[in-house]
Design a protein around this ligand. Sequence first.
Ligand code: GDP
Ligand code: MG
Length: 163
Amino acid sequence: GKPIVAIVGRPNVGKSTLFNIFANSRISIVEDTPGVTRDRLYADTEWLDNEFMMVDTGGIEIMNTDKIAVSIRQQAQIAIAEADVILFVCDARAGITHEDAEVAKMLRQSKKPIVLAINKADSPKQEMEIFEFYNLGIGEPIPVSAANHLGLGDLLDAVVEKF
Ligand code: GDP
Ligand code: MG
């Protein structure tokens, strides 16, 4: 089948905003946990003759152990397990949070290829702030702004390079 790219990261970093930009057509909801509203979303995506499936997840809430947060984390883990490439999203304005560091640790353990997107880099000033994200130990942070549609081509180049 087509390669699968899973978008992961803590809540509110802009995963779904990026997903909706990249999803050019059919978005399908995959619900494998009855009663859970935030399941995985799949979309056919294409970039430079590469066809792949993009998966959006509810976000990994490391510190929260209530039922919904646990299932969101499970959804993310399923997405990571089935992914060929992981698109890890962080927030340029927030800097590295404890949750980002925990997610990074979990992703490194997966041994999957990871592309690190630093979203909300809305202005050139924020592009300087992305350098701290090298400290996650994931590799080169790629600044993007889903809101202003900046850096998205470079990001997809980095993703398809990993196939
Ligand atoms: P998710 O929880 O990771 O899926 O995040 P969402 O896609 O739902 O976005 C969370 C919030 O961040 C929303 O209010 C978005 O409008 C906002 N947001 C997403 N991308 C950007 C961006 O590039 N810049 C700014 N300033 N805000 C953004
Ligand atoms: Mg979302």
